[in-house]
Design a protein around this ligand. Structure first.
Ligand code: BGO
Length: 266
């Protein structure tokens, strides 16, 4: 059995895609302890592949119920693959979640949805370039019009490669590296980057979960304090800005406005 998690921002078209991929094989219930709907189904093309539809979310912070459910499933269950559904017309906001998913190290395929709308918008996404820059497979689709579904299904069926983590500002990277060194005996290797980022962000849930001894806590506080002095900002904002800087570079290199051509030709 292969376990796939379907993740995406609210209104990215996740439900539409889930219905197309799973058809009438769906099971509906509730996530334990919360009144959030839990839907899973089998890939129509291959019933050895279970798709878990996770609540729509913008982030993997532990603030809303949707974020908590989605984050808990991804970190604790570690699905074999995440299918990240993006609204192509809202790329910056949608890629913010993508980066957080990639921080977990779990194989990811991007389903770039709403491409039928994008086509009419005067902007073009260079899908191959985006895929190259992120080092993950990106498949353009229109879930509503059922376009390019066969390609997406193929990517879900095959084993996806591991990718290098999105690399942020080198000063942040060196702080993360020091935190990873401090916690390396407390978490599994595959979760190391995720926990280092969460500790740097002062994520209370992760702090409680890891139950680090006082010496390690002090060490981490010291690393964060130094980084905050260097950046002149709080640690949470340092990470948020680093993700948005990364996204801005990616978008600059892979999205073109067809209006630019018109301007050049006139
Ligand atoms: C309404 N292309 C287009 N054009 N629209 C799409 C696509 C696509 O590829 N995929 C999804 N949509 P959800 P979440 C709606 O419901 O799957 C549309 O939150 C409407 N409803 O049809 O629900 C989809 O699960 C009235 O649109 O997203 C839906 O991620 C008028 O995007 C919306 C117009 O999809 C959200 C649209 C009463």
């Amino acid at each position: 059995m292969k376990n796939i998690a379907l993740v995406g921002n609210p209104n990215s078209g996740k439900t539409t895609l889930f219905n197309v991929l799973t058809g009438s094989t769906q099971t509906i219930g509730n996530w334990p302890g919360v009144t959030v709907e839990k839907k899973s189904g089998k890939l129509k093309k291959d019933d050895n592949i279970i798709i878990q539809d996770l609540p729509g979310t913008y982030s993997l912070s532990p603030y809303s119920i949707e974020e908590v459910v989605t984050r808990k499933f991804i970190i604790e269950e570690r699905p074999n693959l995440i299918v990240d559904v993006l609204d192509a017309t809202n790329l910056e906001r949608n890629l913010y979640l993508t980066l957080q998913l990639m921080e977990t190290g779990i194989p990811v395929v991007l389903a770039m949805n709403m491409m039928d709308i994008m086509e009419k918008s005067g902007k073009k996404i260079n899908i191959d370039k985006l895929s190259y820059l992120l080092s993950v497979q990106v498949v353009w689709i229109s879930a509503l019009k059922k376009r390019n579904m066969a390609k997406l299904e193929r990517e879900i069926e095959i084993q996806q490669n591991l990718y290098p983590y999105p690399e942020y500002d080198e000063r942040l990277e060196s702080a993360l590296c020091m935190i990873e060194d401090t916690i390396k005996n407390s978490v599994s290797k595959e979760n190391l980057r995720w926990y280092a980022i969460k500790l740097f962000e002062c994520d209370e849930q992760v702090k409680d979960e890891l139950q680090l001894d006082d010496e390690k806590k002090e060490e981490i506080d010291g690393i964060i304090e130094t980084a905050e002095e260097i950046f002149g900002d709080n640690s949470d904002s340092i990470v948020v800005n680093a993700r948005y800087d990364f996204i801005a570079k990616i978008i600059e290199m892979s999205v073109i406005s067809t209006d630019d051509f018109k301007a050049t030709m006139s």
